[in-house]
Design a protein around this ligand. Structure first.
Ligand code: FUC
Length: 947
């Protein structure tokens, strides 16, 4: 395997143009008389659908994923292709990115920057401060599974969908009088990808299945119904490929025959077939790659083989829908939704298609659920979907814009669990980043620059112009506090506080006083990727750095207060914070991007970093800093609307924060164009970059709800294009679940459920007229104050839902589910524990109040899997905890929705769903997969509690 020439990729894309990678803009023609297929209507139009297969075009294939495993499903009639990914298959192997030449040149670099000798400073950075190696390593594919069916000639009634409500890709067609159907999904509970093939005439399914891969691999037939591909990741940047992987595909058929030899799986004359795909990787963490990848692949396949397809599917649905169903959105529907998805994109500029915004919003949530789950890698530049050994920008993590924006919708759209991989990554970076801080700056704490990869590279890469940006770790650390603001989870804050503190420590150690202005500034750094003079981006104290550091220092000080720790450190960071340069209005009425009032060399540059203070931060607000707020608007006018896919998505969020729904909506329309959205709705930089999808979802949420100034502001940027609609389940900082319904651009009804006791400020135009406000949980009328004409303030109680409405408006049952804290869950029927022998439950569930307890004893060894189904009683319920405790000796390899902790000799697995809701009679399933190092370690004391 030749060393991947990453620099070539970089050259094509580093300036952001990506010219060599530009896909040709595509087109699609409206279908006369088209109507959405019944299954799309059944999904309330929350489905992507097409009347043609993807052919060879990856950007027409449809993504499925369970956070760890990903596949692009092509849906071709003659040969189905599943292009496969596993989220830890990275080129190279563990490496230490710190440059051991030390910090000796830092003083001279700083001197040159302060002397306005920027290019000379960059030269010295390129000579002395680059990481080792000078670039990072790529995320790589596993390969493809192809099912060859034979000729497609004569196929008709073709249709394929990606149903976002079930996370399933379905392909149907009629061939030789037989209706065929394929359903594919990636199951998180069972950790396999499942393809179900059915036909309406017995014995009609015949195909050969094979693996192929661009990696160094060998294929095999491990048994009579299974094929495998065993490989190792590629070398790159002089680092040998070291991640080993095994993918297995196994077929179970009803009717017909199945055989496997020489790496080919043959299915003949079957009536239905289930193909299970399992993938194991040797990546354990950024330092270790000796995992039992073959054991993992086999254990997961063997466990799934014992589960009937219906059960696999129902577990997948329960797991996925527990996340996806938390937010519903309806922006109205027009006949535009009766065209296939690619046609809708191609026509978007000339049609009124409000449902497409709802689809785009939910597609981003779908992609986050599918690419980022507790215990997995964070979503990279392509989520988890990549077919190339040399993907654009290595498909890694770009921190100066892209990685943070991937997670903007995580909390606001009620997917807090999907955020967790980022905090695991931050923890890794505190280790590698501490090495870089020490070696390259002689500083304590930890630092990360503008990129990282699977190995948690933390040094300066790609050249000073792009890479010499110090505040990557600082920005990531602010996400800890941000997440805490939504969840109020003190345990989480405490566990992640060391990372926050370490990020701040680095800057306490490295900020320097500006020689003339006196401010404490970063030096050297840049305003991401934008030269302020010809070929010179490096500078001291760019506005974005100052804004990020203000947030970082505030966060660490407030976290220290919450946790009651580090009083001295707190006052140190507060002192440093007060010496940072404020954001300023420049000569053009704009927000100044640098300390000096320079004019950017590229007026329409894609990065608008200095408005970080407007979004995601709250340093620039309409009512708090009116002058800067106006300057932010002027900045956006000067920069212009156009940009890369992700840049457009940033601007949706910006205009939403500027409370300009018309302009935010215009930016959505700019993003829904054939040069910015692929036929499969993947956002195009171009090329494909998933951040634009996540940014769009975040932007739509920001148009409907703000919570960044200590209040909930409903419909702050509602465009006239969405005159009537409803959204439910959005989350606000402070721990609120929010729903709102509107007609003619005006809220009719607002619902807010509080997680905690506190004071709630609600801002909405509704409050400027007549309205009613009740505590819907106990039917009382809360007393209110009116700090502003459109603001109501009230004391709220944990678990209570408050409803404001225009007089005479009938409460909508779908806006919030009424909490019924007295409901007892049932664990039904008994905890299911596999494999055999089935563990013995020695006490039956005895729900008392909102709690049920089991004691379980049994013998077991090897792989282990357990799950509990929580069923609501006669009334809906919200919020529950399921926990298992069992003796030490297990390795928890996968859990969904929750955390595991080790306390003394016990491992405790806690599956928490504190935001989900269950309708009356509804149920959801929680579980984990563990492997053991010893036998006879049964779980004990399974409890379930609801709140
Ligand atoms: C930054 C951006 C580019 C691209 C890359 C992945 O370098 O400036 O536009 O998004 O990250």
């Amino acid at each position: 395997m030749p060393d991947v020439t990453r620099r070539n990729v970089l050259r094509a894309g580093a300036a952001g143009a990506g010219a060599a990678l530009l896909p040709v803009a595509w087109s699609a023609v409206a279908r006369a008389g088209s109507v959405a297929p019944p299954q799309v209507l059944a999904a309330d139009d929350l489905a992507l659908w097409y009347d043609e297969p993807a052919g060879t075009d990856w950007l027409r294939a449809l993504p499925i994923g369970n956070g760890r495993l990903g596949a692009m499903v092509f849906g071709n009639v003659d040969t189905e292709r599943l292009q496969l990914n596993e989220d830890t298959i990275w080129a190279g192997g563990p490496y230490d990115s710190a440059n051991t030449r030390g910090a000796a040149n830092l003083a001279e670099i700083r001197r040159r920057v302060f002397a306005d000798q920027w290019t000379q400073a960059q030269d010295l950075i390129n000579q002395t401060m680059m990481g080792n190696p000078g670039g990072q390593l790529a995320y790589q594919p596993v390969g493809n599974l192809r099912l060859a069916f034979g000729s497609a000639s004569g196929a008709s009634q073709y249709n394929r969908t990606l149903d976002l409500t079930t996370a399933t890709v379905t392909t149907t067609y009629v061939l030789n009088g037989v209706r065929y159907q394929r359903e594919s999904f990636a199951s998180a509970p069972d950790q396999v990808i499942v393809i179900r093939l059915t036909a309406d005439r017995a014995g009609s399914i015949t195909f050969n299945a094979t693996f192929d891969s661009p990696q160094r691999t060998t294929v095999s037939s491990p048994d009579a119904a299974t094929i495998g591909v065993d490989g190792i990741s590629g070398a790159m940047e002089g680092v040998n490929g070291s991640v080993r992987f095994l993918a297995l595909a196994h077929a179970v058929a009803t009717g017909g025959t199945v055989s496997s030899s020489g790496g080919t799986l043959r299915v003949s004359g079957a009536t239905s077939v289930t193909v299970l795909i399992s993938i194991g990787s040797s990546y354990v963490n950024f330092r270790t790659v000796n995992g039992d990848y073959q054991g993992i692949a086999r254990t997961r396949l063997n466990a799934a083989r014992g589960v009937a397809f219906d059960q696999l599917r129902s577990r997948h649905l329960a797991d996925y829908q527990a996340l996806f169903n938390r937010v519903t959105i309806d922006l109205g529907r027009t006949a535009a939704a009766d065209q296939p998805t690619d046609v809708r994109i191609a026509q978007h500029a000339s049609t009124n298609d409000p449902q497409f915004s709802a689809l785009l919003f939910q597609f981003g949530r779908y992609l986050l659920i599918s690419s980022s789950r507790p215990g997995t890698q964070p979503a990279n530049l392509q989520g988890i979907w990549n077919d190339s050994m040399t993907p654009p920008w290595d498909s890694k993590y770009t921190i100066n814009a892209n990685l943070p924006m991937n997670y903007w919708p995580a909390d606001t759209t009620n997917l807090p669990e999907c955020f967790l991989p980022v905090f695991d990554m931050i923890k890794d970076l505190t280790v590698t980043g501490a090495r870089v801080a020490q070696a390259q700056y002689g500083a304590g704490g930890w630092v990360t620059h503008h990129n990282t990869d699977g190995w948690r590279g933390a040094s300066v890469v790609d050249g000073a112009l792009w890479g010499m940006w110090q505040t990557g770790g600082a920005w990531l650390s602010t996400l800890i506090w941000e997440h805490y603001l939504f969840t109020g989870d003190v345990g989480f804050l405490s566990a992640n506080y060391p990372a926050l503190k370490g990020a701040a420590q680095f800057f306490l150690d490295t900020l320097v006083a500006h020689p003339t202005l006196g401010y404490l500034v970063t030096n050297p750094s840049n305003s991401p990727e934008l030269p302020h003079h010809s070929n010179a981006s490096v500078c001291a104290g760019p506005t974005m750095d100052n804004q990020i550091l203000r947030d970082l220092f505030d966060a660490v000080a407030q976290a220290g207060e919450v946790l009651g720790v580090d009083a001295t450190f707190r006052s140190q960071v507060r002192t440093a914070r007060d010496r940072l340069a404020p954001s300023r209005v420049g000569s053009r009425g704009n927000v100044q991007e640098w300390l000096a009032d320079w004019v950017e060399t590229e007026r329409n540059h894609r990065h608008v970093s200095h408005l970080y203070g407007l979004h995601p931060s709250n340093q620039i607000t309409k009512r708090g800093t009116p002058a800067l707020y106006e300057a932010a608007r002027r900045t956006l006018e000067l920069r212009g609307d156009d940009g890369t896919g992700w840049s457009l998505a940033w601007k949706i969020n910006y205009w939403a924060r500027l409370e300009d729904g018309t302009r935010a909506h215009k930016l959505i329309r700019d993003l829904v164009r054939t040069d910015r959205l692929a036929p499969n709705m993947f956002d195009l930089h171009p090329p494909f970059q998933i951040d634009g999808n996540f940014g769009a979802t975040s932007g739509i949420a920001e148009m409907l709800l703000h919570s960044h100034t200590g209040e909930l502001h409903l419909l702050p940027a509602l465009p006239s294009g969405w005159p009537t609609g409803q959204v439910a389940g959005l989350r606000g900082r402070g721990g609120y679940t929010v729903g709102v319904r509107w007609t003619s651009g005006q809220a009719d009804e607002i619902s807010v459920r509080a997680d905690r006791d506190g004071t709630l400020r609600l801002r909405a135009r509704l409050f400027t007229g007549a309205f009613t406000l009740v505590d819907a949980t106990d039917d009382s009328t809360p007393s209110t104050t009116r700090p502003d004409t459109d603001v109501v303030q009230l004391a709220v109680r944990a678990g209570h839902t408050y409803r404001a409405a225009r007089p005479g408006v009938t409460p909508s049952p779908t806006l919030s589910s009424t909490p019924t804290p007295t409901v007892s869950p049932t664990l039904s029927p008994t905890p299911s524990l596999t494999p055999t022998p089935t563990p013995t439950v020695t006490s039956t569930p005895s729900p008392s109040g909102a709690r049920a307890t089991y004691t379980v004893t049994s013998s077991w060894s090897g792989g282990f899997q357990g799950e509990v189904t929580v069923t609501a009683g006669a009334a809906p319920t919200r919020g529950w905890t399921v926990s298992w405790t069992f003796p030490n000796g297990q390795v928890i390899s996968q859990i969904w929705s929750g955390v595991h902790t080790q306390s003394g000799a016990n491992v405790r697995v806690t599956n928490v769903d504190y935001n989900g809701s269950l309708p009356a009679g509804g149920s959801t399933t929680f579980g984990f997969i563990a492997s053991t190092t010893g036998a006879n370690n049964p779980p004990t004391d399974i409890t379930c509690t609801t709140t």
